[in-house]
Design a protein around this ligand. Sequence first.
Ligand code: HGY
Ligand code: MN
Ligand code: MN
Ligand code: MN
Length: 410
Amino acid sequence: MGVSHEEAFLDDWSALSAFGAVAGTTGVDRQAATEPDGEQRRWLDALLTSEGFTVHRDAIGNQFALCELVPGAPYVLTGSHLDSQPTAGRFDGAYGVLASAHAAIRTACSLRETGEATRNIAVVNWFNEEGSRFKPSMMGSSVFTGKLSLEDALATVDRHGVTVREALEGIGERGDAVAPEVASYLEIHVEQGRAMAENGITIGLVEATWGAHKFEIRVTGEQAHSGSALMRDRRDALLAASRLVVAARDLVERFPEGMLHTAVGELHVYPNSPVVVASEARLLLDLRSESAEVLAAATAALMAEMERIAAKDRVGIEIVAEHAWDRNPYGEAGLALARSVASEMGLPHARVLTIAGHDSTNMKDIAPTVMLFVPSVDGVSHNVNEYTTDADLLAGVEATTEVLRRLVCG
Ligand code: HGY
Ligand code: MN
Ligand code: MN
Ligand code: MN
């Protein structure tokens, strides 16, 4: 007797979750263009080539697996990302890639001989969605959609000075394939928040992305002996950076509850030595809101805080790079399609917002896009304990398969 779709998915899910496994946890560490990233990509190639798909890489390392049902027709692209944050959960991104792969295999098999398809199918694993090793996040889909130049992306360095080009070539993942022509885009992802689980929603129909404004900031002070230098002479870069961390948190209190999320998630201190006042600090500061007005006001307030802190601590504070996306909606046609699939399948569903960015945030600007969520238990994400139940994973695969079938036959 053959294995069911459900068993096949869960078996592949457990195989995929083993790449970059963090010892002693159920989490993973497979940052962009590292060895575990290369291994999981080759595993995905094997899964899809054995089902008759043709695999390619483009120049920024986006991974495509194509199935041509209608010669010359454009492609319905479905996927997400396999890369992760360091010590992350195994669901963020990877679930969407595997759900898409299974949906694509099933759809291709059922449509190969019927003549119902009007479009072709491609599974995509976008390069470097997380932006943890190389900034900005959503790099592969940003290059694909023309929002970031290929040259700039390839020249980006990690903290050891390794370029994206070198890292991709190092794992044999830089290609030269021409991107497939896209008819529409479909992505499924875990919610990474707690709203769906708390409200008994199985399928989230994503209607808009929160706006985000991310700043790479450099604070420049002066190196000194941390014992002997007079306190009044010091220009302490770490002290000023610390005030910025606190200022970012305090900005939240100026707006109605829940309207602004802020964080500094990364901080580097130079020379980072015990008896030395820091000469330089670099931080990554992130502001997000569902309201464009709040995001603009928070950004202006942050600039004022930067000036105040620079004057107080007699340091330089400069923005080295900025990455932003605006709050903007997903198309109503995609929402209507997703809603009818969820209701016909009897799956509890509702319109939801995404606070995290996704590759669909880029793709919806160039093609009709459907973005689905499944619940995250307790909203835990970017944490090894990220979890979604098997029942919800499988419901999401069914919904993805049916949305894909309709997009391919539409
Ligand atoms: O939300 C983010 O910043 C992302 O890249 N997922
Ligand atoms: Mn993700
Ligand atoms: Mn993530
Ligand atoms: Mn000494």
